[in-house]
Design a protein around this ligand. Structure first.
Ligand SMILES: *Cc1c(COP(=O)(O)O)cnc(C)c1O
Length: 364
């Protein structure tokens, strides 16, 4: 594979859909669709309508739309709940005077995906209100934080980044609806589970196009038709700075088409076999206990778990892999506890072999 200019070191990304590493690799078909539209004029609204229809069909939602990225989707979903399609309110934001401006979310969902999620809420002019504690939040605690007429929406997150006890998503959606408040659900890395997220009853579900769909960077908004329309209406307001590019729209259309042609159960079984083979080889190395484990958020993926003799050994191994050539990035969020995780799905067989070879050289 050729090296892009400006990236002198080749990266093997076993860390998952990690933004600082370029998130994902698009297929040749997606890259071609992007290259083609970059050389054309196009009716952008008509292209957006068509992609929205395609998205809605794929997810089984009433409607779909595209934004610049999921962080933008969060801001625009909140803005949509505050302003609807009212031109005056849209023009007024981010000045929230006289508008419902509280956004209630479980404290354990105030995650940091590169910036604090609460920053994305504040950018709409809204004020985040945290319910419960970092350890967890009950449906009752969430409901008590909602003030009808002042709360614009309830915001929930489905992600590996969420800490504490898992919350009852569907129960929280039902409680918010009983109080007349809409619900936005951020599932950026959960595109492969979008139907399950919509089944919680959330009004808007946000997923990333560039994570597990390997499209160009874009935010996908799915859900109730009126709410999705209100998100698109924000393009005349604060959403101008968060709009999807024509190349993102064309890339999303191509990526979605390829994704729908994929036999997901067969793909998942193939990935599981690759992880099993990797774990068998890695587990034979000195000082390593290896096993496969399913993704903790329910994605149809297994990950490789490597347990080292100590936290220091795991931290050192992750650093040595990163400092090598090529540089190899693994998940190190549990390194202090002696555990490294690898996500192998986006890697080629050659890259998996190179990773095993690097482990061998460092551990033997
Ligand atoms: C990645 C991520 C985001 C941000 O997505 P971008 O498309 O990079 O803006 C938001 N929320 C969660 C939970 C994420 O994992």
């Amino acid at each position: 594979m050729t090296q892009s200019p400006g990236s002198p070191r080749r990266v093997i990304n076993a860390r998952g859909t990690y933004t600082p590493l370029g998130v994902s690799r698009a297929s040749p078909g997606v890259a071609a669709a992007v290259a083609q539209v970059l050389q054309q004029f196009v009716l952008v609204d008509a292209l957006h309508d068509a992609v929205g229809t395609q998205l809605a069909r794929w997810a089984g939602a009433e409607a779909g739309a595209v934004t610049h990225c999921t962080a933008a989707s969060l801001t625009l979903a909140v803005a949509a709940c505050m302003a609807g399609t009212d031109a005056g309110r849209i023009a007024q934001l981010p000045d929230a005077t006289g508008l419902p401006a509280q956004v209630v979310l479980p404290a354990s969902h105030a995650v940091h995906y590169g910036h604090p999620l609460t920053t994305a809420i504040r950018l709409a002019g809204a004020r985040p209100v945290l319910a419960g504690t970092a350890q967890g939040c009950t449906v009752g605690e969430l409901a008590r934080a909602v003030v009808p007429g002042q709360t614009a929406c309830v915001l929930l997150v489905s992600s590996r980044l969420v800490q504490g006890e898992p919350v009852d998503l569907a129960g929280m959606v039902a409680a918010a609806h009983a109080l007349g408040v809409p619900v936005v659900l951020d599932g950026a890395a959960q595109a492969l589970r979008v139907q399950a997220l919509l089944a919680t009853g959330a009004d808007l579900v946000l997923v990333s196009a560039q994570k597990y769909l390997a499209a160009p960077t874009a935010g996908l908004v799915l859900g109730r038709a009126a709410r999705v329309q209100a998100v698109r209406a924000q393009e005349q307001g604060i959403g101008r700075a968060m709009k999807p590019t024509k190349e993102a729209l064309a890339g999303v259309a191509a990526a979605l088409q390829e994704h729908q042609a994929l036999d997901l159960p067969a793909w998942a079984a193939q990935q599981q076999a690759r992880v099993a083979a990797f774990v068998a080889a890695a587990g034979a190395l000195p000082g390593v206990q290896a096993r496969a484990e399913p993704d903790p958020t329910g994605l149809p993926l297994h990950r490789a778990r490597l347990a080292l003799a100590s936290g220091a050994a795991a931290v050192a191994l992750a650093r040595q892999l990163r400092d090598g050539t090529p540089c190899i990035w693994v998940m190190d969020h549990e390194a202090q506890a002696g555990v490294l995780w690898l996500e192998l799905a986006p890697l080629t067989d050659e890259e998996i072999a190179e990773t095993l070879q690097a482990l061998k050289l460092l551990l033997i």
